[in-house]
Design a protein around this ligand. Structure first.
Ligand SMILES: NC(=O)c1ccc[n+]([C@@H]2O[C@H](COP(=O)([O-])OP(=O)(O)OC[C@H]3O[C@@H](n4cnc5c(N)ncnc54)[C@H](O)[C@@H]3O)[C@@H](O)[C@H]2O)c1
Length: 303
């Protein structure tokens, strides 16, 4: 892909505007579209506010062009990334539509969190150009992008996508098989399943689960992954631990009834003021600010 490519971002919500920002800061020309006018209208303002907050050159927002029309947004694009709501049938239809307007060599990517890319791209005429790119929120602060290939994706499309994201300062990794949740969300939700089970079975309360993680292995996770850790302590010790602990760990195939009950009772977390714990507006704002500051510090320490 050219040093200055034409990128189209579909969906100008939380992820879409942030992805557009990353590509604009990297020097690409970015068009962004959304089916909701208010979302599209706010995209440039949100990007500008982010750039100011990060102390980055605000002129990058000048490379972002909102387009109300899908065809106008993707026509002439070298690379299209979709970040609309997590709805398989909507995503499927969108890509079939997008393929009508783009060149034969345009790469088509979905930022779905967990839906297999194979399902989203099944209806395309040329499925070799289609793949997944799973970013993390906020896209301009979390480095990882999982690049997911399907059985049809060409090596060229994967290589071009990895190069594009590397050049934009991201940390792309190649996920070789298209499985639900890819790598990051499988790992994350394996941990969440056990976290919920510990509360469900009365072993400790929700606050304690989070304290245990944040004050112990969570401290090391940014520099010591689980498999590095297993090698560090020894695979023999890891095996001995697994023989004792794995049979006791939650392994039900579906969601926890405890989680289902919370949702049924309207305990939806921040949005209702209570989920696993109660959250005042001040506590919510403080936690959000803490996360962003932590991510900013991590980014500064890396540079
Ligand atoms: N929020 C996260 O942390 C996160 C992280 C990684 C991936 N994702 C995935 O990214 C995608 C977007 O998530 P989000 O959090 O940005 O959601 P969001 O609700 O903030 O944004 C989605 C946007 O898509 C727009 N939209 C809906 N239908 C559309 C259409 N037909 N055409 C164009 N735009 C349309 C909506 O108006 C909205 O602005 C989802 O697939 C989600 O699973 C989210």
């Amino acid at each position: 892909m050219a040093a200055q490519a034409r990128i189209a971002v579909i969906g100008a919500g939380l992820m879409g505007h942030g992805i557009a920002q990353v590509f604009a800061v990297a020097g690409h020309e970015v068009t962004i579209t959304d089916s909701v006018a208010a979302s599209l209208d706010s995209a440039k303002g949100r990007i500008l506010a982010n750039l100011k907050d990060l102390g980055e050159d605000p002129s990058a927002v000048g490379r972002v062009r909102p387009a109300a029309d899908l065809a106008a947004a993707v026509r002439g694009a070298d690379y299209v990334v979709e970040a609309v709501i997590e709805d398989l049938s909507l995503k499927e239809k969108l890509f079939v539509e997008i393929e009508k307007y783009v060149r034969a060599d345009t790469i088509l990517a979905s930022n779905t969190s967990v839906i297999p890319i194979t399902k989203i791209m099944a209806g395309l005429r040329d499925r070799s150009r289609a793949l997944g790119t799973h970013w993390w929120n906020p896209p301009y602060l979390v480095p990882l992008v999982e690049v997911i290939g399907t059985q049809w994706t060409s090596v060229k499309a994967i290589d071009r996508t990895i190069a594009l994201h590397k050049a934009a300062g991201k940390m792309p990794v190649h996920v070789k098989k298209d499985v639900p949740g890819f790598v990051g969300n499988r790992l994350q939700h394996a941990l969440w399943r056990e976290a919920i089970a510990l509360v469900e079975h009365g072993i400790c309360d929700a606050e304690t689960v989070d304290t245990v993680i944040k004050a112990s292995f969570g401290r090391r996770l940014a520099v010591l992954g689980p498999l590095e850790n297993a090698d560090l302590v020894g695979t023999d010790l890891t095996l001995a631990i697994h023989r004792t602990v794995l049979p006791a760990i939650e392994h039900r195939a579906g969601p926890s009834p405890y989680l289902e009950a919370l949702v049924a009772k309207g305990k939806l977390g921040f949005k209702s003021g209570e989920g696993f714990r109660k959250w005042s507006a001040e506590e919510q704002a403080a936690l959000r600010a803490k996360v962003v500051q932590h991510l900013k510090n991590a980014r500064m320490n890396e540079s």
